[in-house]
Write a protein that binds this ligand. Structure first.
Ligand SMILES: [Zn+2]
Length: 139
């Protein structure tokens, strides 16, 4: 597994979490792209299992990244729903890479989050998800 495969798996998983509804204002984010365009990251992404040194968790706590909806509500995108073998292979890759790069699991996850954001936000219009009209924004 290499970095671009890891990013592809994570991105596919995240894109599968949409549509996503804000529990406060009920706004429905139709795609990861719409979500990234209209929310603000809150703090660092958190690789809970890796931070605990748990690289093969049977009951994973998961990884999470938080963002604020314009209404002020904080929403989370997590690894929830990812099959365990897939999660384990990502964690195993992260265990090796953090050592190789001299990064903490959190630094590595933040780096991957940035790369995914860059990819999603630089997509040409014909590759935007589910025919979402990008002229539509929440604000
Ligand atoms: Zn909201």
């Amino acid at each position: 597994m290499n970095e671009s495969e890891v990013i592809r798996i994570m991105r596919t998983h995240l894109e599968g979490r949409f549509p996503k509804v804000c529990s406060n204002c009920q706004h429905s984010y139709l795609s990861l792209r719409e979500y990234l365009l209209n929310t603000d990251h809150v703090g660092s992404a958190i690789p809970y299992d890796a931070e605990l040194g748990n690289w093969n968790p049977l009951r994973p706590i998961g990884t999470a990244t938080y963002a604020n909806c314009p209404c002020g509500n904080t929403m989370a995108l997590t690894s929830k729903g990812m099959p365990l073998p897939q999660l384990w292979s990502l964690l195993n890759w992260a265990r090796v890479e953090t050592k190789k790069r001299g990064m903490t699991p959190k630094e590595l996850l933040n780096y991957l989050r940035d790369e995914i954001c860059k990819q999603v936000l630089s997509l040409p219009p014909e590759q935007w998800d589910s025919n979402v009209d990008d002229a539509y924004t929440y604000r």
